[in-house]
Design a protein around this ligand. Structure first.
Ligand code: 5AD
Length: 338
């Protein structure tokens, strides 16, 4: 068992030389654990209907100006089976919290992909009933992404994040207990996140049964109540990623595409330089992409070309083994060692 070490505020707010050394340490830890390999996952966003109302998110149910869409199973299946980038080993099927899309699109899609491809399957679909988690797992998904968003219970309520923090973490524990590999995440630089709230993210992440954790830079979302708040910038999110990597050398930590919104020139590559070991290629059909409104309508779309270039420039290489397969092998070798 690895003992997690919670970062200090000095590290989380570091700048200049101290920050550079901190990031280098994180990168060394990642390379020590994972070599130079980076996992490549595609993401498809299949519905932007959402029953939640998070203050930071453009897909919140109260945003009436957003055109809502649900994809067609056949269109997405065709895309993933016959037109996917060669470098991706895994796919993440993502949607707003929309149980109808889960039933009508996601479950049939997972079954199709399982039958006709060897893609590893992650899902990011919000908090659902236990029986639906089970159906998704039986269909063949093995990684569930459920972000806790902020580790402080009253901040969580203020941000109108889904339900309460304790309900959210209960779901994370339930997923972990039932055999899912769970990845969670939080937003760095959310309005109202002081020192205490910032540290709470690490305390909570360390306590949860996670296999990975992401950090999103806060980007004031158009068409949200936080539209006029200050963006996080790039430094705090990168410092948080470095801290997570040092805390948990074994975790899967993505370089999220929003790093490019926080710093359009260097953001993504700096993420890879700060201990990230997973990148995402966005495959959402372009006609609906702008309606998947997390932050701004103008999104920075990570294509395979951009991803491979960033990996190459950072002296890294695409992983030969997929993420879901990696976890599966890890579980097998843990059982053999026990
Ligand atoms: N800034 C940063 N992250 C955001 N998310 C949504 N809106 C924002 C924002 N304005 C993230 C949340 C959510 C995921 C879908 O996107 O973490 O869980």
């Amino acid at each position: 068992m690895i003992t997690p070490s919670i970062p200090s505020l000095r590290q989380l707010y570091s700048a200049g030389t101290q920050q550079r050394e901190f990031h280098e340490r994180a990168s060394t830890v990642a390379r020590h654990f994972f070599g130079h390999s980076v996992f490549i996952r595609g993401v498809v966003e299949v519905s932007n209907f959402c029953r939640q109302n998070c203050s930071y998110c453009g897909m919140r149910r109260e945003n009436r100006d957003l055109e809502r869409f649900r994809s067609q199973h056949d269109q997405i299946a065709e895309l993933l089976l016959h037109h996917r980038p060669a470098s991706m080993t895994d796919v993440n099927i993502q949607a707003g919290e929309d149980p109808i899309a889960v039933r009508e699109i996601v479950l049939p899609l997972i079954r199709t992909l399982k039958r006709e491809s060897s893609l590893g399957i992650s899902v990011c679909l919000g908090s659902l009933n236990a029986s639906v988690y089970q159906e998704l797992q039986r269909a063949g998904a093995s990684i569930y992404i459920l972000k806790f968003e902020t580790g402080d219970p009253s901040h969580f309520l203020k941000m109108q994040s889904p339900g309460s923090l304790s309900q959210r973490t209960e779901h994370i524990r339930m997923l972990g207990d039932s055999g899912w590999k769970v990845s969670s995440g939080f937003i760095a630089g959310l309005p109202g996140q002081g020192e205490r709230e910032l540290l709470a993210n690490f305390q909570l992440a360390a306590e949860l049964p996670l296999a990975g954790c992401s950090v999103s830079p806060f980007v004031p979302g158009e068409e949200t109540p936080l539209a006029h708040e200050t963006a996080s910038g790039i430094d705090l999110p990168l410092n948080c990623m470095a801290a997570l990597r040092i805390m948990r050398p074994d975790w899967i930590i993505p370089a999220v595409s929003a790093l490019n919104l926080a710093d359009p020139i260097q953001g993504y590559r700096r993420g890879l330089r700060t201990g990230a070991n997973l990148v995402t290629i966005n495959l959402t059909p372009s006609d609906v992409r702008e309606d998947y409104l997390l932050y701004k309508r103008e999104r920075f779309i990570m294509t395979e070309e951009r991803i491979l270039e960033a990996i190459d420039l950072e002296n890294l290489k695409p992983s030969k083994i997929g993420l879901a397969d990696y976890y599966r092998r890890q579980a097998t070798s843990e059982r053999a060692a026990a």
